[in-house]
Design a protein around this ligand. Sequence first.
Ligand SMILES: C[S@@+](CC[C@H](N)C(=O)[O-])C[C@H]1O[C@@H](n2cnc3c(N)ncnc32)[C@H](O)[C@@H]1O
Length: 262
Amino acid sequence: MDKFRLTHAAAQKYDSHSVPAMFAPLARATLDKMSLPEGAHIIDIACGTGALTREIAKRLLGDGRIVGADLNETMIDLARQRHPSDAHDAAYVASDVCELPFEDGSFDLAFCQQGLQFFPNKPAALAEIRRVLKAGGKLKLTCWSAVSPFNGALSEALADHVGEAASNKAKAPFSFRDADVITELFEEVGFVIEAHQKIVLERRFENLFEQIMALPVEKDLSDSGEAVTRAVVEDVAVRLEKYAVNNVFIVPQEAHLFEARV
Ligand SMILES: C[S@@+](CC[C@H](N)C(=O)[O-])C[C@H]1O[C@@H](n2cnc3c(N)ncnc32)[C@H](O)[C@@H]1O
């Protein structure tokens, strides 16, 4: 199976750039839409460096418990280091979503923030999440619902100046977003969808060069040289012109929030 492995440097870059830019705001926006049941035992699947796990730990009530699980040990190491001392404790485990090291029916609630699109075997992943939930347990899952205008502009600029592989890389996080396909997948493994809504974040791009070079396409751009990199950044700026406010680009990015029960 093709697995998504990250080096320590990639995990650090993810944590210092993508978490404050997107994943921490998305975690807060998701949890602002619900309240956590008192004493709930919760798992955060594909927790990465713990953006959502930490936010859950801050909001846990009573003797609630939270576990973060992620395939990449590098992400889990950072999640452990970043866990705040003034929140509930969290346990972090390195584990593939398809082989969670927990008994059947261990959790009241599972979260999965921006993980589904990366799972190679999506039905097996959802079936495993269902297995570790109690009867009546719930899954709250987010994934991007549209290619963001920023990533769309970057992907087009890369197609024109660098090549197809780099262009596709810029769009990869948005690869699995059709609500009907996701609904069918949930139902196929026995989840009942209770609610589906959209969350729209507003992302600020103050320094396009820095923000582009914090992404996995940095390598493709570095390999292509300075002139090509400059052309890509300028091209992205032109494509995003309608989002410019006082030299800052303020760009929407929207996600599905699915709430389902076993
Ligand atoms: C975009 S990140 C989201 C991380 C985190 N939920 C957040 O909001 O910051 C996707 C995560 O999925 C994890 N992942 C990918 N494939 C996985 C698998 N098969 N099992 C568990 N985690 C996986 C990656 O290691 C990565 O941390």
